[in-house]
Structures are given as C-alpha cells and as structure tokens.
Design a protein around this ligand. Structure first.
Ligand SMILES: Nc1ncnc2c1ncn2[C@@H]1O[C@H](COP(=O)(O)OP(=O)(O)OP(=O)(O)O)[C@@H](O)[C@H]1O
Ligand SMILES: [Mg+2]
Length: 353
C-alpha cells in the first residue's frame, strides 16, 4: 500500500541537458520542455530572469547587469549554480501535475543523459545539481545509448549498432552491442563549432563581425557538408570591423561549405577512427544496418551523404534527431530494471525504491 502510494506520487522524468537545447520528457505526457540551454541572470541579485527561448533572445542584447549564459559547455556543466537553477525549474515544471494531486512533490526519479567519457567529477556535478534541484533518485545514461534507444535500435541484441550524435557542443560516436557501449569517441566539434567557423569566415573574408544567431541561421539555411552545383546566397548583416558601421554582405553556399570543411572533416575522421577500432564481428552488422546519425548537427545538408561516401557504408538520420536522447532516456527509465546494468545510479538512494 505504502509502496503504491509512493509510486503514485513519483514523477518519472528524463532530461537531456544539452549544450544547445534542453529537453524534458515525462511518462504519459511526452516532451514537456524543449528550450535552448540559456539562462539569463541578474548579476546584482543572482536572480534568474529567464530560461530557454526567452533568455536566448537576450544573448548579446542585455544591459550590463544581466548576463545570458549557457551553463553547459561541450556537454558538461561549466556553471554549476546556474545549471542547478535550470534543473530546478525543469523538475518543478515536470512535477507540477503531481503536486496538484497530492500537495507535495520531491519524489521524482530523474534520468539525465551525459556525454560518454566524462570524468567522475563531471558525473558527480550532474548528479549533485539534480539532487539539489529536488530529484530524489538520479540515474545517468550515456547519450549515444539513449539516442540509440530513442531511435528504436535493437541495442540489447548481440549485433553491432553504430550511432553518431552530433549536438551543439560534442559529437559522440559509439558502437553499441548487448545493451552497452563497446567503443566510443567524443569530439568537441559539433554544431556550435560550425557556427564559429562561419563567424571566423565573415571576419577574415569581409571584415564583418556577425553574431552567433546570424551564423547559425546561415548554416541551417545554406550550409552544406559537400560542394553542390546548386547556387544559393544569403544576406548577412553585421558590423564592419574597419569602419565600425553596420554592413550587409552577400554570402554564397559554396563559401559556407568551404568555411565548414575543416570541422566536417574532423567529424568524419572521428567516425572513421571508430570504425577502425570496432571489432570485426560487430562491423559486419554495421555494414548491413549502416551508421545512424542523431542530434541537431546531423541535419547539416549532405552530411549523411558525405559520411556514407567516406565510410562506404549506408548512413541514415534517425527520426526526429533532436529528441532521440530524451525519448530514449525516458524509455530507459521505464525499463530501468532490465536495463539497470547499463545505467549508473546513486547507491545511497536504494532505500525507497
Ligand atoms: N537543420 C540544421 N542544420 C544544421 N544544423 C542544425 C540544424 N538544426 C539544428 N542544428 C544544430 O544542431 C545543434 C543542436 O543540436 P542538439 O540540440 O542535438 O545539441 P545538444 O544536445 O544541445 O548539444 P550536446 O549534445 O553537444 O550537448 C545546434 O548547433 C544547431 O545549430
Ligand atoms: Mg545532445
């Protein structure tokens, strides 16, 4: 009876704390939060003014006493306090419905995606932040694993599954078999670096200073991983670094492709190296099923075509690549008993479950 009551008051939620976007998934409700990982803080009072989309709009436009920051860099926490506040906001929002029913919260079980290969200190930081934010039990799951589950790949079987999650801060390449990661590689080159490449290009080529949002807009609109016969152009607004005045310059798709080339090559090369490290038995499966791409960065035009060409293997973007981590983590939490060997949990938290 007591156990049942506890389970009724428990809110299970999955969180993808991404460098660029944070998502929260709640069982039976689906994705309830999908916002940029940006927090606006009043420096004088330490008060949080806005989180998500609203805060992102403030980036580069705030008065001096407000800072709009991204609390995560390359997939790991860089600002602990702000991350904790953000998690608190997420957990409170997700528990809101259970609070209405029972007048209490704080029974939440939270599963959070983390990049593979992060240090024990970094894992602890995520756990502590979630605990301080009100989570009762915290599970951590490696993001490529969550992504693969979200993409409905058969990860529990003995075959090999090759997944590449290209996010904002990190590209993670992993080979999964029997529910665990066999080989993995994490690279700090992903969507954000591509934006930066465009900023650098504009500066070098046109002496034009453009903002990050402009660069991202250019990347998404006319960027590509491979040269194309099709000609596209776009007006890019910024400030001329010599005159200091606002200026508009036209940028072409082949310029953008060249600006992105070096970083794209690094991503492809990380995939190739991982293939070289994959046990041959598993590689045979990958040759048939192909490489699966997830994460927002995987949507760069023709990146899948380039990876397929370079690796001589089929390559496919998973359905809804921006949400696969959070959906997969949600599924993992619902099946925590069967998946427990691949998950890591706070030991001291056993008591209540
Ligand atoms: N259509 C698109 N073409 C190219 N890039 C895109 C597209 N849509 C989104 N992106 C990029 O995807 C990135 C965000 O992806 P995602 O939300 O998966 O990252 P994240 O999970 O927050 O980061 P990380 O996993 O590295 O912590 C951004 O850099 C964004 O510019
Ligand atoms: Mg991600």
């Amino acid at each position: 009876m007591f156990k049942k009551l506890i389970s009724m008051m428990t809110v299970d939620m999955a969180i993808d704390l991404g460098t660029a976007n944070s998502l929260v998934y709640v069982k039976d409700k689906g994705i309830i939060i999908n916002e940029p990982s940006v927090v606006a803080v009043n420096n004088k009072t330490g008060q949080i003014l806005a989180i998500g989309e609203e805060a992102k709009k403030m980036v580069g436009k705030t008065p001096s006493y407000i800072t709009a920051t991204r609390p995560l860099v390359n997939g790991v926490i860089s600002d602990f306090e702000v991350t904790e506040q953000m998690l608190k906001y997420f957990i409170e929002k997700a528990s809101a419905s259970s609070k209405k029913l029972f007048g209490i919260g704080g029974f939440s079980r939270v599963i959070i995606g983390i990049p593979c290969g992060v240090t024990e200190v970094e894992r602890k930081a995520v756990r502590d932040a979630a605990k301080n934010a009100g989570a009762r039990t915290v599970f951590l799951i490696e993001e490529p694993l969550a992504s693969a589950i979200g993409a409905k790949l058969q990860i529990q079987e003995a075959g090999g599954n090759f997944i590449v999650d290209i996010g904002g801060g990190t590209t993670e390449v992993a080979v999964i078999s029997l529910g665990g990661i066999v080989v993995s590689r994490s690279l700090r080159v992903a969507g954000d670096k591509l934006n930066d490449d465009i900023i650098q290009f504009a500066q070098k080529e046109y002496k034009l200073l453009i903002g990050e949002r402009t660069a991202e807009h250019i990347k998404i609109s006319i960027g590509s991983a491979m040269p194309s016969k099709e000609k596209k152009e776009m007006a890019m607004r910024g400030r001329n670094l010599v005159t200091g005045l606002p200026e508009e310059v036209v940028i072409f798709n082949d310029d953008v492709q060249r600006a992105l080339e070096r970083s794209v090559r690094q991503i492809v090369s990380a995939i190739k190296t991982t293939i070289e490290e994959t046990p041959p038995e598993l590689l045979a499966d990958v040759m048939t099923d192909g490489i699966f791409l997830a994460g927002g960065g995987s949507m760069l035009k023709d990146l899948d075509v380039l990876i397929s060409k370079e690796t001589k293997m089929p390559c496919k973007i998973v359905d809804d690549p921006l949400t696969s981590v959070v959906r997969g983590a949600g599924i993992a939490l619902e099946n925590i008993e069967t998946l427990s060997e691949v998950m890591s949990k706070d030991d001291e938290e056993e008591a209540f479950t």
